[in-house]
Design a protein around this ligand. Structure first.
Ligand code: FAD
Ligand code: SF4
Length: 669
């Protein structure tokens, strides 16, 4: 955490909120009373943290805090105030992001065996937008899972490839902030967020519209950077199974849903799953997944199980459930010029300091550039250029030193991989593929099921990444339910996340006078079991263009609207009960199930998918089975937008495999 800085104070005083440092300090003391004789972060430090948040991270919160300061001047008043919980969570987040609080919860950021030799940042060479050629054979939009995977094959085919990415290449230091990363819950922008104020979205919640910024939950953020989500993800690398491609046939289509089968089957994708596992490197042992048949084993053995993983594995055996060592896109041994994982406790949401975690930024993208591709970062594709009904180029926009640069590049083909929300938005902004009104529909993320257990003894050994045992028994075959999902132990939480999970589960009172003592006792004894459920999709859950709000470049922003289906809520409840049962069998003395996903909001976020689904009928899909946008044979989609359904497991391996399949089709290999 940054120490208090005078310039922030002055800026705050000059601002319109009328807040002073004394106001902030008073608010801090209402939530976090000073504890003499401890090493805890002090009120002055936390007031400085709050000042920094309001001046640098979220100036849009200053008025909200000013209202609180004038309306609540006692701890009781703050507790009763509608924004009291929010402020308490923010301040405790600052508290638990401070390294001085970490010993109190038995947490440290280092691997037990040390880091070994440091690994230097290795940014990929880039070309500024002003240095681009006028024409490229292929333009790839986005460098995440789909765009990155396709880039290597397309560049190796001899094409002249331009890869455009709106994010940058944040270094190891930038992607290690415990509060400013996509998994943290404090709402502060991180290095993989697009410039916060310039890229809002509109979220519709039960008919109410709200402008939201990248770190806000309803924004549906993934990661905007070279590597996209794969730069900071948790790297769980599950395959979908045969039933996941035929959900409508297997279960029927419930009223109000738009469930459909994929136009391809598991057998079509199996060779590309195999190729993705070997190209990017997956460790684990999934022999006991009853829903997936494989032509070969994973290329790397699993990491050792954690202490809590041992408890869960033994409990699963007593329950008669099968277990697997979850597949992870990270090296369990040195491989492909990258080091083995050193098991640090900050994996999901963070960059990997030793590059053991495989993302497209340290695998396929540098290979594509080595094959001659041009990478242009900090640049947005704002439109596809259409001439006489055919896409002939891309219109680019970038901001440099406060000035906007614009340019156009001609191309023979476009590969869209901007993520499920931005790919749909780009097609809508360009009016490409929109004839049948399908673009943007069937937005799905992953509703998560799960439970939190507290044990009598410490169970967290801080051995990263933390995910070490899962069960696939409930991916399907749940009588009376549609689909299901896998369940696994969660990643090692940071102290801030432990605080968020415990308060969220109702096991910790954010206004309790002895909260630090409770956290010291609960955090090391806490364990979560979680897993995504397969949503049944609805055409009403969608991305559309907002008619009123525009981004930094004057383009309509994405509006996210719709709702998950009641079936999704039912299976979420069922899976959460199972997670609770598993934790209880493992010895948890207190168990709380995950909150139900609210009605009136679509699910989106990190696992976003489905907005340009593939199919065989142009009136019910956006692309053909090869990702070609209907009516535009030189525009392909290769990202999560294509997913007809999103599986009951994390989606990235399917995105990687799907992109390899389409790139192979494009290059005839
Ligand atoms: C913290 C976190 C944890 C995760 N953990 C897992 C996990 O364990 N397992 C799993 O399967 N998945 C996980 N995911 C999700 C996974 O990362 C995504 O499913 C995957 O990256 C999606 O791939 P994509 O190609 O669809 O899009 P993305 O990876 O989102 O890539 C899209 C890219 O396009 C760029 N872009 C967008 N618009 C434009 C534009 N107009 N012009 C230029 N560039 C643009 C973006 O900046 C971004 O880099 C996680 C994600 C996060 C953030
Ligand atoms: S736990 Fe994750 S971030 Fe840490 S070394 Fe291993 S792969 Fe890298």
């Amino acid at each position: 955490m940054n120490e208090f800085d005078r310039s922030e104070f002055s800026e705050l005083e000059r601002g319109t909120s009328g807040l002073s440092m004394a106001d902030l300090r008073l608010l801090v003391e209402l939530v976090i009373p000073a504890r003499a004789g401890t090493a805890d972060p002090e009120p002055a430090e936390l007031a400085g943290f709050l000042a920094g948040v309001l001046t640098r991270d979220r100036p849009d919160w200053a008025d909200r805090v000013a209202r609180l300061a004038s309306e609540a001047d006692t701890a009781y008043g703050l507790r009763q105030h509608p924004d009291g919980d929010w402020l308490a969570d923010l301040l405790w987040s600052g508290y638990y992001a401070s390294p001085r609080s970490w010993p109190s919860v038995s947490w440290h950021p280092d691997p037990v065996g040390g880091w070994g030799d440091p690994v230097a940042d290795a940014p990929i060479p880039v070309t500024p937008p002003s240095g681009l050629a006028g024409y490229y054979d292929t333009v790839i939009v986005g460098t995440g899972a789909g765009g990155g995977a396709a880039s290597e094959i397309l560049a190796a085919s001899g094409r002249r490839v331009l890869i455009v990415e709106l994010g940058g290449q944040p270094d190891h230091a930038a992607t290690s902030d415990p509060l400013r990363n996509p998994r943290a819950t404090a709402g502060l922008p991180g290095p993989t967020d697009p410039a916060t104020a310039g890229r809002p979205r509109v979220s519709e919640h039960s008919g109410q519209l709200r402008v939201v910024l990248p770190p806000d939950g309803p924004y549906g953020n993934n990661a905007f950077a070279v590597g996209g989500g794969t730069r900071v993800y948790g790297a769980q690398a599950w395959r979908f199974g045969p039933d996941d491609f035929t959900m409508a046939t297997r279960y029927g289509v419930p009223d109000g849903s738009d469930l459909a089968d994929w136009p391809i089957g598991y057998a079509d994708l199996e060779p590309f799953y195999e190729a993705a596992e070997h190209r990017f490197g997956v460790s684990g042992d999934v022999a006991c997944d009853p829903w997936v048949s494989r032509s070969g084993p994973l290329p790397m053995p699993p990491l050792p199980r954690t202490r809590s993983g041992d408890l869960l594995a033994a409990a699963a055996a007593r329950l008669g459930w099968g277990t697997v060592a979850p597949p992870l896109l990270l090296n369990s041994v040195d491989r492909d010029g990258r080091r083995a994982c050193v098991r640090c406790p900050r994996c999901v949401g963070f960059g990997c300091p030793v590059e053991a975690k495989a993302g497209t930024h340290n695998t396929a993208l540098p290979a594509a550039v080595a094959h001659g591709a041009t990478l242009c970062t900090g640049t947005t594709v704002e439109r596809l250029v259409v001439e006489n009904g055919r896409v002939t180029g891309v219109a680019l926009a970038a901001e440099r030193d406060g000035r906007i640069w614009r340019g156009t590049v001609g191309t023979g083909e476009v590969v869209l991989a901007a993520g499920a929300i931005e790919t749909a938005r780009l097609l809508l902004l360009s009016d490409v593929g929109t004839v049948h009104g399908q673009v943007g529909r069937r937005l799905q993320g992953h509703v998560y099921s799960g439970a939190l257990g507290v044990f009598a003894e410490p169970v967290q050994d801080l051995a990263g990444p933390g995910v070490s045992v899962g069960t696939c028994d409930f991916r399907h075959g749940n009588d009376g339910f549609i689909g299901g999902g896998m369940l696994a132990d969660d990643f090692v939480p940071t102290p801030q996340l432990s605080y968020a999970y415990l308060t969220g589960a109702g096991l910790l009172d954010r206004f309790a006078g002895d909260l630090p003592a409770q956290m010291a006792s609960l955090a090391p004894r806490m364990l979560r079991v979680v897993g995504p459920i397969q949503e049944v999709t609805s055409a009403q859950s969608r991305v559309s263009l907002d008619p009123a709000v525009t981004d930094r470049f004057g383009n309509a922003v994405a509006r996210l609207s719709g709702s998950i289906h009641e079936e999704d809520r039912r299976i979420q409840r069922r899976q959460s009960e199972r997670a609770a049962e598993w934790l209880a069998e493992a010895g948890a003395v207190r168990v709380a199930v995950a909150a139900e996903f609210p009605p009136g909001v679509p699910s989106s976020g990190m696992h976003q998918a489905g907005t340009c689904r593939m199919g065989t009928d142009p009136s019910r899909s956006v692309t053909d089975p090869w990702g070609r946008v209907w009516g535009h044979d030189n525009v392909r989609v290769v990202d999560g937008s294509l997913h007809v359904t999103n599986g009951g497991v994390n989606p990235v391996l399917t995105i990687l495999a799907g992109a390899l399949r389409i790139a192979a089709d494009m290059t005839g290999r």
